[in-house]
Design a protein around this ligand. Sequence first.
Ligand code: SDX
Length: 427
Amino acid sequence: MEEFVTLTYNGQEIKLPVVIGTEGEKAIDISGLRQDTGFITLDPGYANTGSCLSAITYMDGEKGILRYRGIPVEQLAENATFKETAYLLINGKLPNRDQLTRFSVMLNDNSLVHEDLKAFYQNFPRASHPMGILSSMVNALRSFYPELGTTEEEINSTMTRLLAKVRTMAAMSYKISRGHRVVYPRPDMTYCENFLNMMFDTPVKPYEINRAAVNALRVFWILHADHEQNCSTSAVRVVGSARVNLYAAISSGIAALWGPLHGGANQAVIEMLTAIQADGGDYKKAIERAKDKNDPFRLMGFGHRVYKTYDPRAKIMKKMCDELLDSLQIDDPMLDLAKELEEAACNDAYFIDHNLYPNIDFYSGIVLRAVGIPTNMFTVMFAIGRLPGWIAQWKESMDDPKWKICRPRQVYTGNLQYDFIPIHARI
Ligand code: SDX
């Protein structure tokens, strides 16, 4: 039976339908509010606003639940490849053997990038941030691959092409920034193996595939693959709603992810831990600063708009830190510092009262350091992981017959009307 809520104002009453999700979460459908009442709603940061119906990812912020197409992220991290997870998010179910083979062949066949793209990289200053390069280069793909397609098959090949090329483009920016020869993808390597090989193989020291590092990367990318309507995914949906091409929509998502409050936090966590180490390891001072309202400092890697408990991904990432560093026989004092900082913060009344717990970014940088990824590439790693989620969310919005261009309203607080003042009369 349909449910409604009733709004009453100045004797006027309006009934608004209630939308109920698969897991019982409820929303008030206000799509007719303005035309029926002249009212709009106001929700800066959209903390209380749903932008769409989506069947891709389910999160419960109070219980710390995360599922991709209904499968718990813990089970995917334990059992799936990143390729299978990408296929699941985009196509709605895990691939059978034949579908996985075809998907793998397409990823492999499309993993090279146009040689002329290398010239673009050569012209970025060497110290350019790789997120700015990646966002620009993904946008540039439209110039090299203008055929986006109209049929399901053509659109699928455009999406797969982007998934295939993003690793190559990320590794290229790293190699070229160091003045090293670009390493090409190899057909005999998996998605994760290929990326590490393209990053670290050199003519004088061939890269030896390390199983622990490959597994860490697999888990890292699965954990980052989607997260419902976060800032960068919302950017992809909003930009995509203007019917731009996929590359431009994804490029906007990369730009949004770059922010230190969002995906840029994994780099900011390592910078924060490095600064604490330089300050004699005084993590208690960092906690006090984070609590001081007069200090803009925030404990990076802590807090979340949705999770008001421990981010389930952070639990897996923390465990991965221990396993990976043990397997690689790395003793990284930064991990010990992170654990001490977590312990102190999670037992501090301010963090408890504000429901601030470690999020995915708190431990992820330590995993990437152990694998050998440079700090300024950490958010690029997040972007490669999130790409299947962005693509799935973009496709879901494009396939929605009711989807319209995103154009929010506002409450105007500026001047009332007044007349133009000629220059001689202005003070
Ligand atoms: C990601 O949305 C997603 O799903 C994102 C993500 C994904 O997978 O896509 O999960 C990835 O972006 C994870 C978050 C990474 N960012 C950081 O770790 C940066 C540090 N965290 C924050 O700045 C903050 O917690 C946010 C941005 C993550 C969430 O901010 P909100 O929900 O807008 O909360 P808020 O800024 O309104 O803070 C609420 C209160 C405030 O105190 P009061 O004014 O109410 O007293 O909590 C405080 C804030 O000052 N607070 C913090 C804090 N985070 C929030 N205080 C100290 N340190 C922090 N990290």
